[in-house]
Design a binder for this molecule. Structure first.
Ligand SMILES: [Zn+2]
Length: 288
């Protein structure tokens, strides 16, 4: 059982905390980093402005926390692009991505669109897989990416870049939440994004991944398979509960992310149980 190697280890990525507040990633895209860093949100939430240069318009993807400093930074980035916000898109319902969607949609008089009707709001648009959104002089394709959450979407841009929300993170790996998330759906979503041959991954947290996006997706798939093997090995060593598995398999990661690790572990055990590799009864797990 070999530990999968993260291809980003040799990339020239900014150190944690060193990402610029605002960055133009390509002519279509400006990123604004929200001031909400934490072990779970890494450098903070990335809010993206997408629009054709000269269109005078931009779409806001994942407005993030409803924070006055973040709003000021987003409005400054809109002004720098000489653009007004014409729509607010949300990758998934988690508050660090969606909290500002309705208040800012109201402020900009822009429609909110998301897969979850509660996020889109009463005047919003509920997005469906395969939707093509012609907005701000460009087109965004709605790519279903369930797994982290059930409602998760990615947005593929005309440049070939994909806004991936929490499906793929700029550093480390993502969490399959429990009970909402689904490991098998997550793996299928990773392959779906891989099949798009993305030119870049613009993540919900952490730096943009441009050097070899396919290699990162391969690593994510290998990492999930590795975690399954680790869980089975820990059970052979005697671990019999979710907590025992987490303290064994995640011994090297900070304890503050163990609750998230427990969710991914529980979600992975659901997959292993469905495949007949383990027997799961509440929080107790055994080999068949
Ligand atoms: Zn999330």
């Amino acid at each position: 059982m070999r530990t999968p190697v993260d291809p980003r280890a040799t990339w020239d990525l900014p150190a944690p905390g060193a990402m610029p507040r605002t960055a133009d990633l390509e002519p279509l895209v400006t990123r604004v980093l929200a001031p909400n860093p934490s072990p779970m949100t890494l450098d903070g939430t990335n809010t993206y402005l997408v629009g054709a240069p000269g269109s005078g318009q931009a779409v806001l993807v994942d407005p993030g926390p409803d924070d006055p400093a973040h709003l000021a930074a987003v409005e400054a980035a809109l002004a720098a692009r000489d653009a007004r916000c014409v729509a607010v898109l949300v990758t998934h319902h988690h508050g660090d991505h969606a909290e500002a969607a309705l208040p800012w949609g109201m402020r900009f008089a822009a429609q909110v669109a998301a897969a979850d009707a509660r996020v889109a709001g009463p005047a919003g648009r509920v997005l469906e897989p395969g939707d093509r959104l012609a907005l701000a002089g460009t087109a965004l394709h709605v790519v279903p990416t369930p797994g982290h959450t059930a409602d998760h979407l990615a947005f593929r841009l005309e440049s070939g870049a994909v806004l991936v929300g929490d499906h793929v993170l700029g550093r480390g790996t993502s969490v399959v939440t429990h009970p909402e998330g689904d490991v098998r759906a997550y793996l299928a979503s990773l392959r779906r994004v891989h099949d798009l041959g993305p030119s870049a991954l613009y993540c919900g947290h952490g730096p943009e991944l441009t050097e070899d996006p396919g290699a990162v997706l391969d690593f994510y798939l290998a990492h999930r398979a590795f975690r399954e093997q680790q869980l089975l090995a820990a059970m052979v060593r005697g671990a019999g509960t979710v907590d025992e598995l987490v303290s064994d398999v995640y011994a090297e990661v900070p304890r503050e992310v163990w609750p998230a690790a427990a969710q991914s572990t529980r979600a992975t055990l659901d997959k292993l149980a469905a495949e007949g590799h383990v027997v799961l009864e509440s929080d107790r797990v055994s080999l068949p």
